[in-house]
Design a protein around this ligand. Structure first.
Ligand SMILES: Nc1nc2c(ncn2[C@@H]2O[C@H](COP(=O)(O)OP(=O)(O)OP(=O)(O)O)[C@@H](O)[C@H]2O)c(=O)[nH]1
Ligand SMILES: [Mg+2]
Length: 423
């Protein structure tokens, strides 16, 4: 079963925001702008906004009855097939807001899930998204509002009666159990890979930041790799790890991660926990901010909050302010780097050398050393480590064994000391 895609492309969508007193979760112009970005990331075309000011949310429909009428009139007038709420809707609200046979209603969580479903590439990412989607839809399977066919091939397509509903629920629960099992297996494999990298003694530097901050662009600029860079949000769902060459000649690993976003549904936080495992083990965190964003402070706060939740030490962090190419000449001249902060542009290639040097200066030891090692045929694993993490200068086969001259990170050289030959 594939993860569900809820938004067809391109689909005309109407945004709905509700302004409420501070003690409630409230919409703002900024939030609607973000919802619009999310909608576009999901492939929808935003054709209008409906907003309402209220003293408190209506438990049955969130917005007032009169507003609901207006909403459907507006949607009909603009030919919108999709209604997107900035608020998260309870199962009851979702049911009451949806009118059978008409347009679809999605809340922010469903929209984010949809984007995640489009972007997930690795098996683990896909499983995590499907898990979150099934958990989200399980309590919302009420026969109205949710098109079951969208939850995968196996599940029925027509509006279900109560019995059908029970079957669907049972199938979903069954599927949930299977996904959890498979995820366990995938995670174990990943943790083995991670341990292999650690055994090679290379430090990991992790890029974290709000979605759209420019992490993948920076990742590409630093590693010259082609990781999908996209104007759409959440372009990266699976952590990508590549070798990073530093000015001193040593190497580290650079890890690109999924972007953070405020009010990430709790189910998703848990589901994407694994994509942030690299972050927890990183020697250095590069917190990337979009310096040109009007919401930068708020976005930073969100990132800092999540890092604290993950138990990441504030000491191992360097704050990178990206997109300074968008500033005026005068503004740019006034920027001052500090030991904890660096201004740059990943796209325009400004300040990248300084960043490399900072990373270099930060990481412990591990300068490259030159060694000559001799391996017996049975020691293929150790030999592979040399090829993977070192720079091989020469390799000769003699009397059944292999003699390699190479530059290795100091830590790996120490680890392979027993194979060293004095030359
Ligand atoms: N002007 C400018 N744009 C940039 C810069 N860096 C990135 N961008 C743009 O910002 C957008 C987002 O870039 P990404 O690198 O995909 O951002 P990300 O942080 O990886 O986003 P997610 O993976 O969604 O979390 C793209 O349109 C980039 O071209 C920069 O230095 N200057
Ligand atoms: Mg990215």
């Amino acid at each position: 079963m594939r993860s569900a895609r809820l938004v067809q492309t391109p689909e005309r969508a109407l945004l709905v925001g509700v302004h409420l007193p501070a003690r409630y979760h409230s919409t703002s112009t900024d939030r609607l702008a973000e919802l619009e970005l999310l909608a576009r990331s999901a492939g929808a075309e935003v054709v209008g906004r409906v907003e309402q000011r209220r003293d408190r949310p209506d438990p049955a429909t969130l917005i007032g009855r009169g507003k609901l009428e207006e909403l459907h009139r507006e949607a009909a007038a603009r030919d919108a097939r999709l209604i997107l709420f900035d608020h998260n809707l309870s199962p009851t609200q979702l049911r009451n807001l949806t009118r059978e046979g008409e347009r679809r209603v999605l809340d922010r969580t469903a929209l984010i899930l949809d984007i995640f479903a489009r972007r997930a590439r690795s098996r683990e990412g896909q499983l995590q998204v499907e898990l979150a989607q099934l958990n989200y839809w399980l309590p919302r399977l009420t026969g109205r509002g949710v098109e079951l066919s969208r939850l995968g091939g196996g599940i029925g397509t027509r509006g279900p009666g109560e019995t059908k509903l029970e079957t669907d629920r049972r199938r979903i629960r069954h599927r949930l159990t299977r996904i959890r099992g498979e995820l366990e297996t995938v995670r174990r494999r990943r943790s083995l890979q991670r341990r292999a990298r650690q055994a090679a003694g290379l430090a990991t530097v992790a890029l974290v930041g709000y979605t759209n901050a420019g992490k993948s662009t920076l990742f590409n600029a630093l590693t010259r790799a082609e990781v999908g860079v996209s104007q759409k949000l959440f372009a990266t769902l699976d952590p990508t790890v590549r070798a990073l060459a530093l000015p001193s000649g040593r190497r580290a690993l650079l890890s690109d991660t999924v972007g953070f976003i405020r009010d990430l549904p709790p189910g998703l936080v848990a589901a994407f926990h694994a994509t942030l495992e690299e972050v927890q083990e990183a020697a250095l965190i590069l917190h990337v901010s979009d310096f040109s964003s009007s919401r930068q402070a708020e976005e930073d706060e969100e990132v800092v909050k999540v890092l604290a939740e993950l138990g990441v030490e504030p000491t191992a962090r360097l704050h990178v302010f990206n997109k300074i190419d968008r500033l005026g000449e005068e503004e740019r001249r006034r920027l001052r780097n500090s030991p904890r902060a660096l201004f740059l542009s990943a796209l325009a290639g400004l300040g990248l050398e300084e960043l490399r040097q900072r990373i270099d200066g930060w990481l412990p030891g591990d300068r490259p050393v030159r060694v000559v090692l001799r391996f017996a045929p049975a020691q293929a694993r150790q030999r592979a480590l040399v090829h993977q993490w070192g720079r091989v200068l020469s390799e000769q086969f003699r009397d059944g064994s292999v003699c390699i001259e190479a530059e290795l990170p100091e830590s790996l050289a120490r680890q392979l000391q027993e194979f060293a030959v004095s030359s």
